[in-house]
Design a protein around this ligand. Structure first.
Ligand code: HEC
Length: 113
């Protein structure tokens, strides 16, 4: 009976340890997720599915290669301006704190001449 209890306790600890390891693995990808970059911003700028849109337009359809947005980087409400267009495209507003929005902003800022 005593041995059985020990085995039981040991198994319990092992299960807990395994669960702990799994939990760590699950949270890991967050730190290795795509980083904010001009390149990602440019990719999203050409993405027709931005904001979950199912339309046939990307940002690039109207602002080819960022044309006309050279001064937009100075806009203090750049994220709002971007979201106006995202909604116009049929997408849902993108949270300003996300890698997606930050990358779009970086890309647009990189257009300044
Ligand atoms: C259907 C055409 C169209 C699409 C698609 C479009 N835009 Fe626009 N965008 C416009 C027009 C027209 C304006 C100018 C009128 C205005 O400011 O609302 C504008 C304005 C802007 C501005 C403000 C410019 C400034 O000088 O401050 C930004 C930034 C912008 N768009 C970014 C984007 C981004 C990013 C996307 C993709 C999510 C996008 N646009 C998609 C037509 C479009």
């Amino acid at each position: 009976m005593k041995i059985n209890k020990t085995i039981l306790a040991t198994s319990f600890v092992l299960v807990l340890t395994a669960a702990g390891a799994t939990a760590t693995e699950k949270t890991e990808p967050k730190t290795t997720k795509a980083k904010t970059s001009i390149e990602l911003g440019q990719k999203l700028f050409n993405d027709k599915t931005l904001g979950g849109s199912t339309g046939d337009k990307s940002c690039n359809s109207c602002h080819a290669n960022g044309k006309g947005l050279e001064k937009a980087g100075n806009n203090p409400k750049l994220a709002e301006a971007i979201n106006r267009c995202v909604v116009n495209m049929g997408g849902k507003k993108i949270d300003g704190r996300t890698v997606e929005m930050k990358s779009l902003e970086l890309y647009i800022k990189s257009l300044a001449k």
